[in-house]
Design a protein around this ligand. Structure first.
Ligand code: NAP
Length: 458
């Protein structure tokens, strides 16, 4: 029995990666990589700290702050900060672990890390959020830097919080440097960074659709179910609509908003939802008023998957473990052919098992094809990497330049996963390759090889 406290989310992420490596020919071909897996699974460093701040009533509040500096083989630690009451070390270790291999897949020089706090931004005033960010950065600034560790946003951390955090970093360190990404575009941020994860997700899935249909199909005409209504969900929905798809659902932590019958969310409706999310409100507050009343049904406490009717594409984009095994089966029964995670570890292991079994049992386009977040949602960190490059060079690329680079990176992540799956997890004749196996192996081997060069294992 282990003397380490149970870390369910981290153990789930570790087992998912380890199982795909075990079930491939990787360890047969390169047995010493088992040792690399053992070494890479322990963070290089975990920083935990106290965050004391003052609420609007002048009272003392205290939260837990964390930064998991998981792996620096490929570059400075890189990964978001999450502010949410559910945050604990297990969740941040799972996110940091996934981040290592995701960042490797982008082909950019970034290590993996993650951090955050159990602070809940909901119901807080802007002043309270600013005071919390100042207190959080007062400690975090001792451990990060443009060449050491470059955090970004995640759940609960938007451009507003990044601004407060950067402001405090500058005050204490007397240093302007690209220590955070997701900055405002007038003070060092990259164009397309807010859009990057959602857009990248759609670019990636477009490659899946084109590959599975031998170039005959694209997003045009597809019915797409999306969960969440934050940064990733909003921009995934907007790009899918731009490419001619019908978006039939969005959701938040309190319920799902689903198109009743035919029709799609419009960009104007998504803009209204984006607006209330800036004010930290719930979809329920607007679901029964124009333009939503009549066109949509609002299902309190629900995720969208079993309520969306026939769909072609599902994009979980809210949080971890938001698709269960039963919901996975319901999506297959509803005709879904492509499922790709905008969220990190959006699918439970039971859901992945359902999708992968269906892929293996059904040749070609008859199967559902699953893409893990490590690959499909890497667009955000990829553009964060491009933001770091622009900051270092003290220049700004146009939206078109960044978007084109994002498209190239998403294509290469897709091709890398495909090629690696064919090499190490060769599918039966006519069966689509496993993108989860291919992406895991491709990310892992890049990191393991660099670690060996550095003498981290031998
Ligand atoms: P966000 O803007 O804060 O939005 C999160 C969305 O998920 C909101 O709709 C939120 O609902 C919902 N949500 C949060 N916790 C939930 C829970 N426990 N149950 C149900 N719904 C929940 O965050 P985001 O940046 O879009 O991130 C969404 C996911 O994508 C996360 O898994 C994140 O790690 C991943 N991701 C993000 C990026 C990025 O660039 N932002 C990059 C890669 C991966 P409420 O509004 O009710 O809270």
């Amino acid at each position: 029995m282990s003397n380490i406290p149970s870390e369910p989310e981290f153990e789930q992420a570790y087992k998912e990666l380890a199982a795909t490596l075990e079930n491939s020919t990787l360890f047969e071909k390169i047995p010493e990589y088992r040792k690399a897996l053992q070494v890479v699974s322990i963070p290089e460093r975990v920083i935990q700290f106290r965050v004391v701040w003052e609420n609007d009533k002048g009272e003392v509040e205290v939260n837990r702050g964390y930064r998991v500096q998981f792996n620096s083989a490929l570059g400075p630690y890189k990964g978001g900060l999450r502010f949410h009451p559910s945050v604990n070390l297990s969740i941040l270790k799972f996110l940091g672990f996934e981040q290592i291999f995701k960042n490797a897949l982008t082909g950019l020089n970034m290590g993996g890390g993650k951090g955050g706090s159990d602070f809940d931004p909901k119901g807080k005033s802007d002043s309270e959020i600013r005071r919390f960010c100042v207190a959080f950065m007062t400690e975090l600034c001792k451990h990060i830097g443009a060449d050491t560790d470059v955090p970004a946003g995640d759940i609960g951390v938007t451009g507003r919080e990044i601004g407060f955090l950067l402001g405090q970093y500058k005050k204490i360190r007397n240093l302007w440097e690209g220590v955070l990404t997701g900055k405002g575009t007038t003070w060092g941020g990259s164009l397309i960074r807010p859009e990057a994860t959602g857009y990248g997700l759609v670019y990636y899935v477009n490659h899946m659709i084109q590959h599975a249909s031998n170039g005959q199909e694209s997003f045009a005409g597809k019915r797409v179910a999306i969960s969440g209504s934050g940064n990733v969900a909003q921009y995934a929905a907007l790009k899918a609509i731009e490419l001619g798809a019908t978006v039939v659902s969005l959701s938040d932590s309190k319920g799902a908003l689903v198109v009743d019958g035919e029709g799609s969310f419009t960009p104007e409706e998504i803009a209204l939802i984006a607006k209330i999310k800036v004010d930290r409100q719930q979809i329920s507050s607007i679901a029964s008023s124009a333009p939503f009343a009549g066109k949509f049904k609002y299902i309190p406490g629900a995720r969208p998957w079993v309520h969306v009717g026939q769909v072609d594409v599902a994009l979980p984009s809210a949080t971890q473990n938001e698709v269960s095994g039963e919901e996975a089966q319901a999506l297959i029964d509803a005709g879904a052919k492509f499922i790709a995670e905008g969220s990190n570890m959006g699918c439970t292991q039971a859901a992945i098992d359902v999708f992968e079994a269906h892929r293996q049992a059904n040749p070609g386009a008859a199967a559902i094809w699953y893409a893990p977040g490590k690959a499909a949602n890497a667009g955000g960190v990829a553009v964060s990497g491009l933001e770091m490059a622009q900051n270092s060079a003290r220049l700004t690329w146009t939206s078109e330049e960044v978007d084109n680079k994002l498209k190239t990176i998403m294509q290469s992540i897709f091709q890398d996963g495909l090629k690696t799956a064919l090499e190490f997890a060769t599918p039966q004749e006519g069966v689509l390759p496993s993108l989860v196996a291919g992406s895991n192996i491709a990310g892992f081997t890049k990191v393991a090889a660099a670690m060996k060069d550095h003498g981290d294992w031998w």
